[in-house]
Design a protein around this ligand. Structure first.
Ligand code: GLN
Length: 204
């Protein structure tokens, strides 16, 4: 079995752990740098990306985690976790940094105040999925090496027609969704990530 950490500084740690367990992975809440060594993969949950960045620094996790990701640790970021894995952000807080790793530009709080949270049926890697968005980012643009796994039709604005935005991506061993799959009973995304972690472990 594979050990998949859930970064436990804030967010839906227990829900992610349950979803991973039901996919046959062994979840582990992670708060310290030395715990990173035990992991075959890592989930970065939603929350607030500015707070998460400050907590990562306060817990001395920022640099160790960057190093592990650069060395090939598979990681999956949801919502604020997606922001953390983005190489570039739009509408970030002053000086806000990310871990980076996925060649994409992500817009924070992209859906606007009037749609703080909503649910929508979308496609993930070709299969339908009920997605929950909470003050979610979307992906403005991706580099060539990034595979788009899902898009959403942006909620209608009076001044604009339908627009499609990227909300799920993968680049190598890193993946991210703008939504929160841990809040539904559908474990499609966690199954996909667990499989990615298994394959990576088999290759090594
Ligand atoms: N808006 C949050 C941020 O900027 C993300 C929200 C979430 O993770 N649900 O980090």
């Amino acid at each position: 079995s594979v050990i998949i950490g859930v970064l436990a500084l804030q967010g839906d740690v227990r829900e992610h752990a349950r979803a991973l367990e039901s996919c046959g992975a062994h979840p582990l809440a992670v708060r310290r740098a030395d715990e990173l060594d035990r992991l075959d993969g890592l989930v970065i949950p939603g929350g607030e990306s500015t707070a998460m960045w400050k907590l990562l620094r306060a817990f001395d996790l920022l640099e160790p985690l960057r190093k592990r990701l650069e060395a090939g640790l598979p990681a999956y970021g949801s919502c604020a976790g997606m922001i953390m894995l983005a190489d570039r952000i739009v509408d970030g807080a002053a000086g806000q940094e990310t871990l980076g790793g996925i060649d994409m530009t992500v817009r924070r709080n992209a859906f606007g105040r009037q749609v703080d949270s909503y649910e929508s049926t979308i496609q993930f890697n070709g299969s339908p999925l009920e997605a929950v968005f909470i003050r979610a980012p979307w992906v403005e643009s991706v580099g060539e090496g990034v595979e788009v796994l899902g898009r959403v039709e942006r909620p209608h604005r009076p001044d604009a027609g339908a627009e499609h935005r990227i909300v799920a991506v993968r680049q190598g061993r890193l993946m991210a969704t703008a939504y929160h799959p841990e809040l539904t009973g559908d474990h499609t995304v966690h199954r996909y990530f667990t499989e990615l972690v298994r394959q990576t472990k088999d290759e090594e």
